[in-house]
Design a binder for this molecule. Structure first.
Ligand SMILES: O=C(O)CCC(=O)C(=O)O
Length: 282
């Protein structure tokens, strides 16, 4: 259903919580209403700075550069290339919460670290990840989540993550449909023009939401957030003198539906179809 002809937003009919809701999980109401929830200081730190620095310094496939063409912006494929590092972050609590939301066994779809380096780390424009997973990978419904794990504190000066409350209930218009519109640089989500062609939310869609729906996530290392696949999010440049590294672990359900007639043209480190169970990293 198109909401209004001016806004061209489409209302989501799919569930946000895909399984039965166990009692005593009070965060579920917040997650369902807003499209994300921040879990405070519960993920104990089990990685070393040296491990993360070596990921940053090593050149591998799955690397995305900043627009200066030299600073590493993101490194994908953490689950394959650095499984021990990923294991350091995956707790029983993350596994359980993911399973409650997804309604069955969580499997890995993507993992990447965004290295928002001090003074150089670039912005991410407003977007929904589901827009890309649906258009390029044929994900039929937003039965997926991102677990956002800050490796440094997130705040308003170092380009912390912002999420638009309630946006997970709406799809914005875009023209991202074909293999031709796929290119690795689009994953930077930083284009300042051609929003619709790049799969980014345009101004008209954003103004549907009042500004007080923008939530800047203040997270400290040890916290984590879970975000719905279709929650619209963004972050600004890192203008501070502190790095802001963040691990994004994207999970689908083993039952998430994909259009099997669509050619799987994106690399496995962007959209993994191997059904690797999250439990492998516990
Ligand atoms: O790291 C951020 O601030 C935003 C990340 C993001 O939107 C992405 O990796 O898709």
């Amino acid at each position: 259903m198109v909401l209004t002809t001016r806004m061209q937003l489409t209302v989501r009919n799919s569930p946000v919580l895909w399984g039965p809701q166990p009692e005593g999980e009070s965060w579920l109401a917040d997650y369902q209403e807003n499209g994300f929830h921040v879990f405070k200081s519960q993920n104990s730190k089990k990685y070393s700075e040296t491990q993360i620095d070596s990921i940053y310094n090593k050149k591998r496939s799955g690397q995305i550069l900043e627009s200066d063409n030299q600073t590493t912006r993101s490194q994908f494929n953490i689950h394959n290339d650095y499984p021990e590092t990923l294991s350091g972050f995956v707790t029983k609590e993350i596994y359980n919460n993911a399973k409650i939301i997804l309604g069955s066994e969580p499997v890995i779809y993507q993992s990447h670290i965004n290295f928002k380096k001090k003074s150089t780390g670039g912005a991410f424009a407003w977007h929904s990840d589901f827009c890309y997973w649906n258009s390029h990978d044929g994900m039929q419904e937003p039965r997926a989540i991102s677990v956002v794990i800050p490796l440094h504190n997130h705040n308003s000066t170092n380009g912390g993550l912002s999420i638009l409350k309630g946006s997970h209930r709406y799809y914005y218009p875009h023209t991202l449909t074909t293999q031709q519109s796929w290119e690795m640089n689009n994953v930077r989500h930083d284009s300042l023009e051609k929003h619709k062609e790049s799969g980014l939310a345009d101004d008209a869609s954003l103004t549907f939401f009042s500004s007080d729906k923008i939530t800047n996530l203040d997270m400290i290392s040890g916290d984590y957030a879970i975000m719905d696949a279709n929650a619209w999010h963004s972050s600004s440049d890192n203008n501070s003198h502190q790095d802001r590294f963040t691990l994004f672990l994207v999970l689908t359900s083993e039952n998430t539906k994909f259009d099997s007639s669509l050619l799987h043209y994106r690399p496995d480190f962007i959209s993994c179809r191997q059904q690797i169970p999250l439990s492998k990293f516990l």
